[in-house]
Write a protein that binds this ligand. Sequence first.
Ligand SMILES: [Zn+2]
Length: 80
Amino acid sequence: MNTREHRALYRGVETYLDGEADPSLAVSVRRHLAACWACSEDAEWLVLIKAALGRIGERRPPDLAVARLARYASTVSDKR
Ligand SMILES: [Zn+2]
C-alpha cells in the first residue's frame, strides 16, 4: 500500500461509494481499493452499513396510534 496514496484517497472512498465521485476520482479509488486492505475493508463495512440504514424505513413497527384507534373502534362497535 502506498501511504501517500492511501491518505489522499481514504476520504474519497465514501464519496465513490455514494456515487458522487467524478470519473477520475472513481478510477483512482477503484484502483486503490483493489490494492489497499484498509480501504477495501472500510468500503465493505460502509456498503453494509448504508444498506442496513436504507432498510430502516422498511421495518417500521406498527404505528401505536393506529393500534389504539383499531382497539377503540372495536370496543365502540361491540357496544352497539
Ligand atoms: Zn487505502
